[in-house]
Design a binder for this molecule. Sequence first.
Ligand code: NDP
Length: 609
Amino acid sequence: MTELKKYSIDTSNLDFDPDELREKYAEERDKRIRKDGFGQYQQATGDLAGFMEDHYVEPGFEREPLTDQVEVLIIGGGFGGLLAGVQLRKAGLNDIRFIEKAGDFGGTWYWNRYPGAQCDVESFVYFPLLEELDYIPKERYSHAPEILDHAIAIAKKFDLYRDTCFQTEVTELRWDEESKLWAIYTDRKDVIKAHYVIMANGVLTRPKLPGIPGITSFEGHTFHTSRWDYAYTGGSSEGKLTGLADKRVGMIGTGATAVQCVPHLGESAKQLYVFQRTPSSVDVRNNAPTDPEWVKRLEPGWHKKRVENFSLLVTGGRPKKAKSAQDQVNDGWTDVANSAEKMEREKTKTTPEQKKELRELADLKKMEEIRDRVSSVVEDEATAEALKAYYWQFCKRPCFHDEYLETYNLPTVSLVDTHGQGVERITPKGVVVGGREYEVDCLIFGTGFELGSSYTTRSGYDVIGRDGAMLSERWAYRPSTLHGILSRGFPNCFFLGYIQTGVSPNFTHMLGEQAQHIAYVIEEGHKRAAKTIEPTQEAEDAWVAVIEQSADAVERHFAKCTPGYYSNEGEVGNRNGFMNGQFGAGPVSFFELIADWRAEGTLRGLEIR
Ligand code: NDP
């Protein structure tokens, strides 16, 4: 265990001992660190391919292969792809085709239809294009069906259904230097040519399964939360899972997904066992229907301001103008930043080191409140203790729910705590923990999504650029881009998502800004009759160096963390990891930086031919 430095500022007024807590955090982390890191998981392929099945389409869809050409091909119909499509339409581009594995638009909200699925980020900032669609979400934290409907509404409004290939997976992208076009190969034997390709494959898309011995031996019913089998469970995203009334159900995982569906499983199943490795921090949800009086007071332009305010405050930034200094969203996401600032204001002079300490203390305080909440809700003391999260708030994805903890008071629900070690074994009849077998009829995996593998592995196909260069090889150690969107040697291929960019927990904000940037570059390319657009080597190297500077700071932070996908399962230096490609000064600074770059109008750092 690492030796911990004591705090330099006076902590005697706190009702907890910060040094003791930090030690406890380090102990809990050490207990969970595994040598195999991401290697502990396996892909849902081969014997496990059934976990990828799409339950939401009619089986047997067939169509003739396509062998034509389009101007822009967008891979992925989630919010990223949709927002790129919207920006391109606005720029006057008509010839756009989407390729999407699912049966409709919606991305994560197409797949994640599990009971209780809801967005943890406030709907008034999460939903994109609210003013343009003249839409106000029904409640502060929206449920999945409304979000899926909004994605579909965007596609309809901007005519994005035209020329779309659903239920189609890309198998390869190959650059043809002679024609200066991409050839896109798919599992439906299409060979489509495109001038530009946008890879909007998504981030949390490929379900991952733990490498628990015996996983394929289970003889009961089983599925992953992102492929919820309502034909078996009955009910809907609102719960009432009548098919489980006579079933013993096991749930593996206690992340953000499990926190939302466990209350419904607890309410419906004859018996529910929740197998926990690490507890989530579960703060209050406090959802409410949208206040019509508040809506009446909204002025044009309100949405952009609120979205920016959230991204700035949640990443520890401070608004420049006093007028916007107010925390507009003011919820569990921005709370830590708020209380750190409050503590700072109480001090007359603070050094940079003390500022860091104050932020740490605010975090410890917040997590103490969250732990106290567990004790006040969960009746059984041992269960309550096991449900307490001992780590820094943003080491793992914070969760918010008002019924999750209460579920453990039901006589039919048991928390099976694995003390950080995970499930031991799966047998034909159930799950083994601590040498005891828990027999279940249905086993649900809430074990999350693949991250930490290479970008092309997660995409599901390779990109073969100029001179046969393979993206999988070029990016084997880490991605290499200018502004996260273009990479030398892969002309006209745009990346949209989590690569070397400004990261906001409000994904749609990040995707919207990237979409705007990509559409601008394509539009400028058109104006200049460009055949190819790619970064110069110097510009790309300079951007990678910028990202590398912050990667070290990110690594130092996550080295203190209980493993999870935020901290690359303890493989802190993995440059393909979730948090390792961030622009250190935060998302809003990144968005300003690329907006300034656009305003220059020179496409600085890009080579246009
Ligand atoms: P996560 O990766 O967050 O959680 C996976 C869970 O499986 C963890 O509790 C993990 O434990 C557990 N697990 C893994 N292996 C084992 C094992 N061998 N034995 C026992 N338990 C195991 O996946 P989720 O699907 O919950 O969430 C993924 C992400 O999706 C979220 O972080 C969030 O970004 C997004 N999401 C967003 C929502 C929203 O509101 N917008 C709602 C739901 C999800 P351990 O922690 O120890 O690794």
